[in-house]
Design a protein around this ligand. Structure first.
Ligand SMILES: [Ca+2]
Ligand SMILES: [Ca+2]
Length: 142
């Protein structure tokens, strides 16, 4: 049990590649989008603080994931509800990868999830998911 807890609390993501559900362990830090002109490059999945892919946010390379958005700072100018962290802040997405991603209501994934199929983008305000995402992954997406 102690080993499991240590694995879940780790932020390095490099020492537990054998973990069963990858969404329980974060990967290396995602890249920070430019608040002035955010774009979601090919091969990345991106989450934005504001609707219509405006202001800042985070992007992950295909195959990456993050299990705890409270670990991601919310930068000044991103129009976050607070200036604390990225948890419960995402209002739009763009999945510019070839795999289905989903955001989860809670930290460490789990149900309910909200799938973002390959090539899709949109506003979470239309899906009941505005300012709710706490983690992102691709394993077990509905
Ligand atoms: Ca928001
Ligand atoms: Ca949440």
């Amino acid at each position: 049990m102690a080993a499991v807890l240590a694995s879940m609390l780790s932020t390095t993501g490099t020492s537990h590649a054998s973990a069963g559900d990858d969404r329980t362990t974060p990967t290396a830090s995602p890249l920070v989008l430019d608040a002035a002109a955010p774009i979601c490059p090919a091969g990345y999945v991106c989450l934005f603080v504001d609707v219509d892919q405006k202001t800042g946010g985070y992007m992950w390379a295909a195959g990456a994931y993050h299990s705890n958005f409270t670990q991601l700072p919310c930068e000044p100018g991103w129009k976050c509800k607070t200036l604390g962290d990225f948890n419960d802040e995402a209002s739009s997405w763009h999945n510019n990868t070839n795999r289905t991603y989903c955001v989860s209501w809670g930290i460490n994934g789990g149900n309910p999830d909200n799938s973002m199929p390959p090539g899709t983008y949109g506003n979470f305000t239309t899906t009941g998911w505005n300012d709710e995402a706490s983690s992102i992954g691709f394993i077990g997406c509905p």
